[in-house]
Design a protein around this ligand. Structure first.
Ligand SMILES: [Ca+2]
Ligand SMILES: [Ca+2]
Length: 100
């Protein structure tokens, strides 16, 4: 059992996929509630970034700020349909239900 688990170079990609699958999964609205710190039913960039940061710190792999910025920007590119800088509950939920 001498297997040492180095951080593979593609760990970032794996985690991003996890983040996305969480946002698409059945518990998505629960995750939305966790991210929505001020409970106004919309996610600001700060809220998403704070959530990412928390998740990475929880997993014991904190990253630097530009890293969170990049994932956060990616999430917004995919979720913020009307490009108003916030992800509404509706936009977020589009992953699960295609009703507008
Ligand atoms: Ca909010
Ligand atoms: Ca929006």
């Amino acid at each position: 059992m001498a297997y040492v688990d180095p951080v593979p170079p593609n760990a970032t990609v794996v985690f991003e996929v996890e983040v996305y699958s969480v946002s698409r999964g059945p518990r998505s609205m629960e995750a939305f509630g966790e991210m929505d710190l001020d409970s106004d039913r919309s996610l600001t960039k700060d809220e998403v970034k704070a959530y990412l940061k928390l998740e990475y710190e929880k997993s014991g792999k904190p990253r630097d700020d530009p890293f969170y910025e990049k994932i956060m920007a990616d999430i917004f590119r995919k979720s913020d349909r009307d490009i108003d800088g916030v992800i509404s509950a509706k936009e977020y939920n589009i992953y699960d239900h295609d009703e507008l």
